[in-house]
Unconditional design. Structure first.
Length: 595
């Protein structure tokens, strides 16, 4: 070999190694359904692009598909360029990896109808772990003394009146409990069982311990939520919004050790009066009773529909509660926000007509009264598109739920022009997000606000519902891109769900007392997700406890840290996980139909 050839080969080899060290292929670690959109993302910090890629069978190392890299995307986050590697035309089964023509290889992944099998039930583990009263994970009880009232003097309950409201779920890694997030979570669990009952198994008793009871575990969990909501709306003129407040955040502890409110193990219970409420130096911007009360309506109403055939007495109680909750929602039209004492962070919900739309659509399904359907349509027209989709930003939980659930119920219940109208609103929102998504290699159009993973999950559900109800598949790649993002097709190459998949790169150091104090796994918990760097830098009390495993992939745009100290990106949430249970059950059901 002459010297010139040797130098050329050496230079080529160095460039090849450099490319591999500065380029990555991000894949959905769960895997891909054979007949679905299948896209991975090649990204690089270098200046060289690629032209083509190969799909290679892992067992034989044979290439089974070759594709063109296609459109080059420019700078995004930490990367200089990227490509969407579309191998949807290959429908074979097995384990594979991708390799681009610069030598970059992906981790291995499966293409198989079973890639989503059991994922919804796995994620349900986190909901059981979040239970208060009896906690099946700890096999111990907590918060059995809740609680004492605040702001309920108008209904004959002076502050500190004892009321029995124990039960439900902790909201996140803290131990606060909010009716608004719990009612929304309950609705999603009920809807998952309604729409995809064959996906779920029966491995647990009603109390969450091992043992079959003839009821799907997801329905057991939903009933746990319903039982607590009944307690939070004990009489037609009484409804509570939250248990505890941010004084909870004084120290890390297991829930049974919670005693930070000066009354032993009792915690404050905040009444919904439709007026701003202040504790400490902070005042919220409550304007009415509708947003929380309407969420009660939808959970109670759907619960009645699903349970009337197996427990008529309980189902009738739920119908009665749905009716009185609707009356409560009309006491003072407006939004109910949460209360904070020590910090400015609350669930600053700012919209309520979407909740009323779902409530009225739910009541129409209960009694077939056309007046409810008309009211639902009227509310739908007041907020056609969930505002963050157009604004591309929002405050923390400003527009909650993160999509308009009522549009889907209208599309199912209404006919003709009304159905078409409701679906057009969904399409308008999806198009707004899609316009942003098409500008980057990850098809990322969801803003990086606090709890961005919750928005991502909800938006994927909206795309799914629109596709199913309209038959329009135009946004199917966008829908799948949001699912793929949650499981590794993101700048950090990590799943955002603790322990899912078991073989993957998933959170290991979440902001959770369970893991931090005792190394307990929080299987199935969906963490908050990436936030804009500008948000992260201005949050109070954040510090990283270990070297950043993803330091190479942070940017001035967005950050994510698998670190206990980052409560903004790595704290799991109960309501986000409940939404994910719906989404994963939909994907498993889809795979079963195509199998």
């Amino acid at each position: 070999m002459n010297r010139l050839v040797f130098l050329f080969l050496l230079m080529f080899s160095c460039l090849h190694v450099f490319s591999q060290e500065n380029s990555w292929i991000r894949i959905n670690q769960l895997g891909y359904l054979p007949d679905n959109k299948k896209v991975a993302v090649w990204v690089s910090k270098g200046d060289q692009g690629i032209k083509k890629f190969s799909l290679i069978d892992k067992s034989s190392n044979k290439t089974v598909f070759t594709g063109k890299a296609g459109k080059e995307f420019g700078q995004y986050g930490p990367f200089n360029r990227g490509y969407r590697l579309d191998f949807s035309r290959y429908n074979g089964h097995g384990e594979f990896y991708l390799q681009s023509d610069d030598g970059t290889k992906s981790p291995s992944f499966k293409i198989n109808p079973d890639v989503y099998k059991g994922t919804a039930d796995f994620t349900l583990r986190y909901m059981r772990q979040q239970r208060t009263l009896f906690n099946p994970f700890l096999q111990d009880s907590c918060h059995t003394h809740d609680g004492f009232t605040m702001y309920a003097s108008s209904v004959g309950m002076p502050d500190s009146t004892r009321v029995e409201v124990a039960g439900g779920w902790h909201d996140a890694s803290d131990y606060l409990q909010y009716a608004t997030t719990s009612a929304n979570a309950t609705y999603h669990l009920l809807a998952a069982y309604r729409d995809f009952p064959s996906v779920f198994t029966d491995e647990k008793q009603a109390n969450g311990l091992d043992g079959k009871n003839g009821i799907a575990d997801v329905l057991d969990e939903a009933i746990w939520g319903l039982d607590w909501l009944v307690k939070m709306h004990p009489k037609p003129n009484i409804m509570f919004n939250q248990i505890a407040d941010d004084r909870d955040h004084t120290a890390m502890r297991l829930p049974g050790q919670d005693s930070v409110y000066g009354r032993g193990h009792e915690r404050p219970v905040y009444f919904i009066d439709g007026n701003p409420q202040q504790r400490g130096k902070f005042m919220n911007n409550t304007t009415g009773t509708s947003s929380t009360a309407a969420k009660f309506v939808s959970a109670f109403g759907l619960g009645h529909q699903l349970l009337k055939g197996q427990n008529s007495e309980y189902a009738n109680l739920l119908k009665e509660k749905a009716e009185t909750a609707l009356q409560y929602a009309y006491i003072k039209p407006g939004v109910t926000q949460t209360v904070s004492v020590k910090s400015p962070y609350i669930y600053a919900e700012d919209n309520w007509v979407d909740d009323m739309e779902l409530a009225e659509a739910t009541m129409f399904n209960l009694n077939n009264n056309q007046e409810h359907l008309q009211k639902a349509l009227d509310f739908a027209r007041q907020e056609k598109v969930t505002p963050w989709m157009i604004k591309d930003t929002a405050n923390h939980y400003q527009y909650y739920p993160f999509i308009n659930l009522g549009h889907f119920e209208l599309a199912k219940s209404a006919e003709g022009k009304a159905k078409k109208e409701a679906l057009s609103y969904y399409k308008e929102g999806i198009e707004a997000v899609n316009a942003r998504a098409k500008e980057n290699m990850f098809y990322r159009g969801v803003p990086f606000i606090w709890c961005s993973n919750n928005l991502t999950t909800s938006f994927a559900i909206q795309c799914l519902w629109y596709r199913e109800a309209s038959g329009d598949h135009k946004f199917q790649e966008l829908e799948q891109a949001n699912i793929d993002w949650l499981f590794g097709v993101n700048p950090w190459g990590t799943s955002m769900v603790y322990g899912l998949p078991s073989h993957g790169d998933t959170p290991t150091s979440p902001h959770s007392s369970f893991t931090y104090l005792h190394n307990y796994p929080i299987d199935g918990g969906l963490v908050d997700g990436p936030v804009y760097s500008s948000i992260y830098k201005n949050l109070i009390g954040i510090q990283l406890y270990k070297p950043d495993d993803y330091a190479s992939f942070q940017s001035d745009l967005v950050v994510y840290h698998d670190d206990f100290g980052d409560y903004s990106t790595n704290e799991p949430t109960m309501d986000g996980t409940a939404s994910l249970i719906y989404l994963l059950s939909a994907k498993e059901d889809e795979s079963k139909k195509k199998d």
